[in-house]
Ligand binder design. Structure first.
Ligand code: SAM
Length: 239
């Protein structure tokens, strides 16, 4: 039974506003108060961010390109995107995450200078569940969020994100093939009373099918792994 009913999203939100916020802020940060597993995940995740930046740059300059970063966390992707001139709309279901992302963006991008003189626009931050996002963006990115969605809900989530994208949709998710390795990190890092039921892995074929259903195809795919971090990265375009 993958389906846990309507309470899942509330549990995720509560987690990322409290314990999960503290934990993931450290993992996604730079300070050395992380354990070995967390450090490994930090390294894996930063590789994902680097790979996404590469995928995005392949199409040319990011200047003026509109990007929606759905489930932005502490801004790991939004900040480098803005630095390269992208017009970023960053949102997350967790108000704590959004506040942290905004603070980091100001610190890292402005460094005491004003916005205009820097030649970029600060990301626009918003507390929002990704299902409630609207608008049109050249590119929609959603990194490491699908782990909170059972496959039954992932299809609708992917369809909604695709509907917001004019050109590209980039997703990363924990692949089902690494189930046993991933179990190691679940106990500590995922929300919910029964933690093992709260992290959802996805088969690449299932994600691909969800994209095909709404008229999209995968153009590029990648796999990022360290000892404790596993992510499939897909870039989809209209078929
Ligand atoms: N995308 C960021 C990154 O890669 O640095 C953060 C990844 S973090 C593992 C997952 C994030 O997804 C959390 O910040 C969480 O609050 C957010 N999230 C989970 N479910 C969400 C939803 N339904 N809508 C928006 N954000 C969500």
């Amino acid at each position: 039974a993958e389906e846990v009913g309507g309470g899942d999203k509330e549990v995720v939100k509560e987690y990322f506003n409290n314990d999960g916020f503290q934990r993931w802020r450290r993992i996604y940060g730079e300070t050395d108060n992380v354990n070995k597993v967390q450090l490994d995940i930090r390294i894996g995740h930063s590789k994902t961010v680097e790979n996404v930046m590469k995928m995005l740059r392949d199409e040319g300059s990011l200047k003026g390109v509109t990007v929606c970063d759905a489930g932005c966390g502490t801004g790991s992707l939004s900040i480098p995107l803005a630095r390269e001139g992208a017009l970023v709309s960053a949102s997350d279901i967790s108000a704590a995450m959004v506040a942290e992302a905004e603070k980091k963006a100001r610190e890292e991008l402005l460094e005491g200078k004003d916005e205009l003189s820097q030649g970029f626009v600060l990301p626009k931050f918003e507390v929002n569940d990704l299902e409630s996002l609207s608008g049109k963006y050249d590119t929609v990115v959603c990194l490491d969020v699908l782990i909170h969605y059972p496959q039954s809900k992932a299809d609708a989530m992917i369809a909604h994100l695709a509907s917001l994208a004019e050109n590209r949709l980039i997703l990363s998710f924990a692949p089902k093939t690494f189930y046993y390795s991933l179990l190691k990190r679940i106990g500590e890092l995922f929300p919910g009373p029964s933690k093992a039921t709260r992290a959802y892995l996805h088969a690449e074929a299932d994600v691909e099918r969800a994209l095909q259903k709404v008229g999209w195809r995968i153009r590029e795919r990648g796999l990022i792994t360290t000892q404790f971090y596993f992510a499939n990265l897909v870039e989809a375009v209209r078929a």
